[in-house]
Each structure stands twice: as C-alpha cells, then as structure tokens.
Design a protein around this ligand. Structure first.
Ligand code: HEC
Length: 677
C-alpha cells in the first residue's frame, strides 16, 4: 500500500498551470501519486512483464483465459530455455518476441522478474497453497472431529486432525460420516504376484453395461501418462514426472501435491509409472534417478537418495516396490548406454542395502558373455516394476536391452544380464537364477514385460510358475523355483528372427537377421510383440490376457561413440510401411494355444494394459482410445467408454465406501468408474 501523505498542491506549480487545471480532490491526487510511486518501485523486469505478458498470463503470472499460469513453470526452465520460449513462441498461442521488439537487456530483466512470481492461495484444495482453516465437524454418530481442512466440495470434505490422520468425509445434512477403501490396490501391479486380477464381484458381465465415470481428475499439462494409480487406506496416489498427487479415492479431490522441477538435459526420465507405499510413506523416483520418500498423509519429503549420477545418462521412471523394510528400485538408460542395476534401500533412512549390477564388471561372472568395449556402457536397465514371492523370498525382475542398441559388434556374446528375468534373493540381492529371452539383442527388445507369478496345475502337476510374454514374440512359462523353461510359444503371426525356442532354452536363430548398413526387416517390431503394459491372469479360466502388436521394423546399423547426454544407439529403426495391428489375446498357459483374439482399432499408437476380474471380465485400454470390457471366456466385447486418448497406462481396481471402482489414466486424466447408485 501507498501510505505517505502528499500536499494537495506543491510549490513548484505555477499559477498558469494551476489555472488551466480542473480542481483535484486530495484523494485523487494521492491515488495518482501513489500509482506513479509504485511504478517507480517496480523493476524494469516487472514493467516489461506487465506491458507485454500480463494480458495473457495475468499480472501475477497465474494465467488467464488467454494463457496458462507460468509462476510455477520457471523453475523447470533455465534462462536459455525461457529465452527460447519468449523469442520463438509456442504452438498453442504463445507469440514470439523478436530482439527488435524485446531487446536482450530487457529480456534479461524480464527473466529475473519471472523467477520471482509466487503462488497465491487458491480455494477448494486444488491450488498450490491453501489458507489454514481450522474447523470442528459433527459426525453422524454424534462425535466431533477437529482439525485443518484439506479439501471441500459440495458433499465431500477432507480434514486432517492434529494426530496427523486424514479423514475422508461425506456430508449427510449438516453432519459428516467417514468413508475409506476396504479393498486397496497397494502396489503398481495391485499385488506382489503381478496378476492384475481382482476378486471383487460387484461388476459382472450382466451389469458392466451400466458402468460409468464417477469422477475424473486431470493432471495439469500432462499427457500420455503411464502411471497406474494406487489406493491405500482411502487415498489414491497418482504420478507424473517429478510429481506425486494424493487424492480422496472416492471423489478425486486433491489432498496434497509434491513437485520437483524437471531437469533439463536428463536422459530417459520422461515418464513416471507410480509409487510404492509402506507404512506412513510413499516412495517415488525422479527424472534424475533419485528415490524420494514422502509422508503419505502430508506429501512432506522425508529423504532423498541419489541412486545414480544422471550426468552419466541415468534416469528413473518405474514404480518402486516395497518388500519387508526395503524399497526396491530400478533405473533407465538402455538407449543411453548406462550400466544397469537394481537396488534396495532402507525404507526408514534411504540408505542403500544391496545392489545387483545387470552388466558385470570385466572379470566378474557373466563378463565372459561380453567381447568388446561395450561392457563399459552395456545397458540392461530395470525400469518396470518386478514381482515378489514372499514364500520363496524371491524378487522376479526383468531387465532391458543391451547397448549400443542396434550394433552388437563391440559386445559379441550373449550380453548377460540384459533382456533377462532375474530371480534375486530379496534380502541380499543375490542372484538365484536368470533366464535370458533374447541373447545378444540388436532389436531393442527389453524383457521389461511383467513376470506374472501363478500357482497352477501345469500339464497335470501343481507348480509355482512365472508367466512372461516377451517383446521378442514368444510367451514363456518357467518354473519360478529354479528358472527351468516349461513352455515357449510364438504368439504373433509374423516372427522372423527365430524358428522356435530349443530344449536348452535358447532361441533357434534364423540367418541374416542382424541389423546391417542397408537395413534388415525384422518382425516383431522395435515396439515389441507386446511391451510393458500389464497382462493379467484368471485362475478359473487358466488364461493369460495380454495386448499384442503385429508389426515389423527395418533395423539399420551404424557407428556410435558413447557420449554423456546422448543416446548410444549404433543405428536406427524405422517402421515397415503398412498396417500394424493391436490384438487382445487370451492364451492357455498349459499349451500356449490362443483361445480367442479381439482385434482393435488399427494404428493409433495406444499402449493400454489389462485388468481381469473373478466375474470373468477383461478390462483393457483399447487401441482406438476406449476403455473397454471383454468376456474373459469368449473375447466378446461387453462395454466401451470412449476416452479419445492414446492409452499408455494399465487399469486398476479398488473398493471405496462399499462400492467397487475401476480407475485408469487416459492422457493426463484419471477416470474412476463405478456402477450407478
Ligand atoms: C497472446 C497471449 C500471450 C502473450 C502476450 C504471452 N504469452 Fe506466454 N504463453 C501463451 C500461451 C497460450 C502459452 C502456452 C503455449 C503452449 O503450451 O504451447 C504460453 C506459454 C508460455 C511459457 C511456457 C510455459 C511452460 O509450459 O513452460 C512461458 C515461459 C511464457 N509463455 C512466458 C511469456 C512471457 C515472458 C511473455 C511476455 C514476454 C508471454 N509469455 C507473453 C500466451 C501468451
């Protein structure tokens, strides 16, 4: 506020000027002088912002109908990147400002000012900061709850009591009742086995046609999210890169949000698939390969551990897995020539407890499978969440492709432990066994598809199995106690690189399938015959439900040198012209026979996974953008909801307030489905 006093007329004013003026009131003069004074207080940067940018971004940088909020965007950009946006503009309506319009010196002042823009309190729990509102609410059972309001809607309300607990409330007249989840989805896969199978039975083949969206929540400026929401104790956790958001799982109202700016120049941290939850904590990885623990009720950060140096091309995207008092987490970087590993951290302190390197050091066991210098930058990332058998105390974790990606000349041999399934002792990280799906891979066929743990009769004998449909086009059944191959079956129509899997577990290679300078056509494509999107399994049908991709690639080989901040590819891949087909398939795990197929809308680039139910339904993200349900016995389409986005995520299920929900992320929006009231 301007709070100095001014004389009505100053002595410098000449009688002539006085006479030509209309008389001024004291208030008016104060106002004008105040405005002038504060204009002088304003920095050159602020004046530049107000005259050039505020019309669209608002005087406080919080956005208008013409432009988005930018107060919260500057931290993620360095000065060069901000200058680039301002000089070049952006496609969706941000104009370009040339040096003649906006000289370099002014741009520098403007940039400094942009970094001072602050959040302001916003109502309704969606804003970055809320004013503290203490309140006492009466419950329907006559008791009262006193605490701080976390969120409020027309009939939902969220309160944090002084013991730190969150209460998710629903209004009944002037009172409130507590609601929560009674069936959770506590890990990326829903449970440790990776089945993506729910025993909830409210949604059936008969009533699925009535399923509708109950709530949606959109993450700002997000698209193509690969996250599976997780629900624990009524709270849903969703993620984007360096973002974790907690929601009331019954209304989608935001409880808290944790953010960290994206790092410019980081490799391979461009998505995030979710959290691990244990006790009062959630764990999330960041783009720069850190693992962070947050208080799951408040979003406050508890610890932050660097898993690897991002300057050496490491990143992280996978949902960690909480096992015992450890949290297991992997890294990315198969394309960027990192040395892959999987590591376990103490949930309380963030201290590393063990680490398993997926590429051995020269001289270590497995190093004999690497001839050439690429053992230094051999890849083998661990970016999809593995599964866990508590009885065997064994982790099953798949690994990604070797580097350089398309050129195997400097890594002759099998390149262990890339493209493998690893069975590791959960407490020590010691290798129990491994199975390699694609030895000496030159096609980017990460084995980062979900290892599904199933106890079933296999060819007449009860067995502990692990099921795995690989990017290379074969479906595998292994004995998970020892890694012995029990079945391998081709599941796509065209597969050019191998004629089958031999009794020794190795692929029987076809000739002339390596990438060449001229280009080699190989099927399946780099996208894989399947990929990281989740499969599911229903015990009563004995069928494995998974999304498959009929497509081929041309692989071209070339030279490359490993460089920080660059991919290490040694060639290039392009799609073969012509249609590519997404097919939902149901496979008999005893024989590898395809029981049914459902061909999806061609060619839109969706990557949606599946979820199965005890009531015999397979839910899946359909290639044309719909969330869809099929009869698990026959593949008949039962229901669709048109999302009009490319799916990159897999669905999940939970029970809240007595009602069965399904949720999935379409684009940047979480959609929670339930039957009508
Ligand atoms: C005519 C309206 C308009 C004006 C004037 C304008 N902007 Fe923008 N700005 C936009 C829109 C719309 C976007 C979003 C563009 C997109 O997402 O492609 C944007 C995006 C941005 C972003 C990127 C935000 C992000 O997502 O990281 C920055 C930074 C920015 N503007 C700064 C400025 C500055 C500084 C000025 C003044 C020199 C300015 N803008 C003037 C409309 C405007």
């Amino acid at each position: 506020m301007c709070n100095f006093t001014v004389p009505l007329y100053t002595q410098s004013e000449s009688p002539l000027e006085m006479s030509t003026r209309i008389p001024l009131t004291a208030a008016f003069v104060t106002l004008v002088l105040c405005a002038t004074a504060s204009a002088q207080d304003r920095t050159a940067g602020q004046r530049s912002f107000e005259s050039r940018c505020a019309i669209c971004h608002g005087g406080d940088g919080h956005g208008t109908d013409r432009g988005p909020a930018i107060y919260n965007k500057t931290a993620a950009r360095d000065n060069q990147s901000l200058a680039a946006v301002i000089r070049n503009g952006l496609p969706a309506g941000m104009p370009a400002f040339s040096p003649t319009q906006l000289p370099d010196a002014e741009l520098a002042e403007l940039t400094t000012y942009l970094r001072t823009l602050q959040p302001v309190p916003a109502p309704g729990g969606r804003g970055p900061q809320r004013p503290v509102i203490r309140e006492t609410l009466t419950l329907t059972n006559g008791k009262t709850l006193e605490g701080v309001q976390v969120g409020v809607g027309i009939d939902d309300h969220q309160l944090r009591t002084d013991d730190g607990k969150l209460h998710l409330l629903r209004r009944v007249d002037n009172k409130y009742r507590e609601a929560t989840s009674t069936v959770d989805w506590p890990t990326f896969h829903g449970d440790m086995s990776g089945n993506r199978y729910t025993t909830m039975n409210q949604i059936t083949k008969d009533n699925v046609k009535n399923l509708g969206a109950k709530w949606i929540y959109t993450i700002r400026n997000a698209q193509g999210l690969q996250d599976t929401p997780q629900v624990v104790g009524g709270i849903m956790y969703i993620t984007n890169v360096n973002t974790c958001i907690a929601l009331d799982a019954g209304s989608g109202r935001q409880l808290w949000q944790w953010n960290r700016p994206a790092q410019q120049g980081v490799m391979g941290g461009a998505s995030n698939r979710g959290v691990a939850v244990a006790g009062d904590r959630v764990f999330i990885v960041t783009d720069i390969a850190h693992l962070v623990a947050l208080n799951r009720f408040t979003g406050e950060q508890i610890w932050d551990t660097e898993m690897a140096d991002w300057h050496k091309n490491y990143g992280a995207t996978g949902a960690p897995l909480a096992v015992g008092n450890l949290v297991i987490s992997g890294v990315t970087g198969g394309e960027a020539g990192t040395r892959g590993f999987l590591a376990a951290y103490d949930q309380t302190t963030g201290r590393e407890v063990w680490r398993f390197w997926t590429v051995p050091q020269p001289g270590e066991p497995g190093s004999e499978t690497w001839t050439g210098k690429d053992i230094e930058h051999g890849g083998g990332p661990t970016w999809i969440t593995g599964t866990y058998d508590p009885q065997l105390d064994t982790l099953y974790w798949p690994t990604g492709n070797p580097a350089k990606e398309y050129n195997g000349d400097d890594r002759k041999g099998d390149d262990l432990y890339t493209d493998c399934l690893l069975a590791l002792d959960a407490k020590t990280g010691k290798l129990k066994w491994y199975y390699q799906f694609t030895p000496h891979d030159t096609f980017d066929w990460d084995a980062t598809e979900i290892p599904v743990l199933v106890d079933a009769n296999f060819q007449g004998q009860p067995r502990k199995l692990v099921l795995h449909a690989d990017r290379n086009g074969f479906f595998y059944v292994l004995d998970r106690t020892n890694g012995k191959l029990l079945l391998a079956k081709q599941f796509v129509k065209e597969l050019t690189w191998a004629s089958g899997i031999g009794a020794d577990g190795r692929p029987i290679l076809k000739p002339n399938q390596e990438p060449t300078a001229a280009g080699t056509r190989v099927c399946p494509s780099q996208d894989g015959a399947t990929n990281f999107y989740s499969p599911s399994y229903i015990p009563s049908t004995g069928l494995f439900y998974f999304q498959t991709f009929e497509k081929c690639s041309i692989y071209t080989k070339g030279p490359d040198e490993w460089t920080p901040g660059k991919n290490y590819l040694g060639g290039v891949q392009r799609a073969v012209a012509g249609p590519s087909e997404h097919i939902l398939r149901a496979m008999d795990i005893n024989t590898g026979a395809i029981k049914w197929e459902l061909t999806e809308t061609p060619g839109s680039g969706g990557w949606g996974g599946t979820l199965s139910t005890v009531t015999g339904i397979v839910f899946f993200g359909e290639e044309g953008g719909a969330f869809a349900a099929a009869d698990a016995a026959t593949g008949k389409l039962l229901w669709t909801f048109y999302g009009n986005q490319n799916w990159k995520a897999s669905p999940m299920a939970y029970m809240f307030d007595g009602r069965e929900y399904l949720a999935a992320i379409s684009g940047g929006t979480v959609i929670a489905f339930a039957l009508p009231n």
